[in-house]
Design a protein around this ligand. Structure first.
Ligand code: GLP
Length: 233
């Protein structure tokens, strides 16, 4: 894993942007995208740039089950707000939180990922080491699947909802096996509350208890961390 240490999230956004820029210049066509507070500075840099994604494809990592695309906490809404409305892509794929048959849907999403191999995947990391919504204990062999969110993730994400009760209990997430097929992966982490997860991801044993630790097996991962997130390394 290559580690880039930056002073703060603003600088991290610039570092992430440079990797997108280089990937695009090198012919990347498909970008795996993440939501959460972490990648917003990278998306802001992309929006402010003259990079052209109008021939690119994006595939998002995850979505809450039960939230419509226009719900202001859905990941569809997030992506439209932070990126797609200002920097159009040729085609964008996100899991459908309202899919009537989730089992069928996750298989279809897997086929989409197979059809559009991801050149560059951006990831954040949960405080418990999750990537996408692959919670601790998720098989490294998993493809897109429906997830029961852990209490700690519901708690962490409740800051975006009016109350804890409104946080969906399930999500659809790209699986670890699919994430690992991406040619290149960026993981961004900012803030003290990510320091323990970052340490386990980089220095800890590779274990399904810490989903991000699987990234040690991938040969093209760049970790972008600020001083706080790197404080235990
Ligand atoms: C969420 C998302 C992840 C994200 C993580 C961290 O639950 N499903 O994709 O990386 O938690 O979120 P944040 O960037 O807001 O800290």
């Amino acid at each position: 894993m290559k580690i880039i240490k930056v002073t703060d999230q603003q600088a991290g956004g610039k570092a992430g942007f440079e990797i997108f820029k280089e990937a695009l210049a090198n012919g990347a066509t498909t970008f795996g995208l993440a939501t959460g507070s972490t990648p917003v500075t990278t998306y802001a840099e992309i929006v402010a740039s003259d990079l052209d994604f109008s021939k690119s494809t994006s595939i998002n990592l995850d979505e809450y089950v039960g939230l419509a695309a226009d719900h202001d906490q859905s990941y569809h809404y997030f992506m439209n707000k932070h990126l797609f409305s200002k920097k159009p892509f040729a085609q964008t794929f996100l899991p459908d939180g309202l899919a009537p048959d989730l089992d069928t849907f996750v298989k279809q999403y897997h086929e989409i990922i197979e059809k559009h191999p991801i050149d560059l995947q951006i990831l954040g990391i949960g405080q418990n080491g999750h990537i996408g919504f692959n919670e601790p204990g998720t098989s490294f062999e998993a493809n897109t699947h429906v997830v029961d969110l852990t209490d700690s993730t519901i708690e962490a994400n409740s800051r975006f909802f009016a109350s804890r009760d409104e946080v969906p209990a399930q999500a659809i997430s790209m699986g670890i096996a699919e994430i690992l097929k991406s040619k290149q992966i960026i993981v961004e982490a900012f803030g003290k509350n990510k320091a323990a997860a970052v340490k386990k991801m980089i220095e800890g044993p590779i274990t399904e208890d810490v989903p991000a630790s699987v990234l040690q097996k991938h040969d093209n991962v760049i970790v972008i961390v600020d001083e706080d997130a790197a404080s235990l390394l």
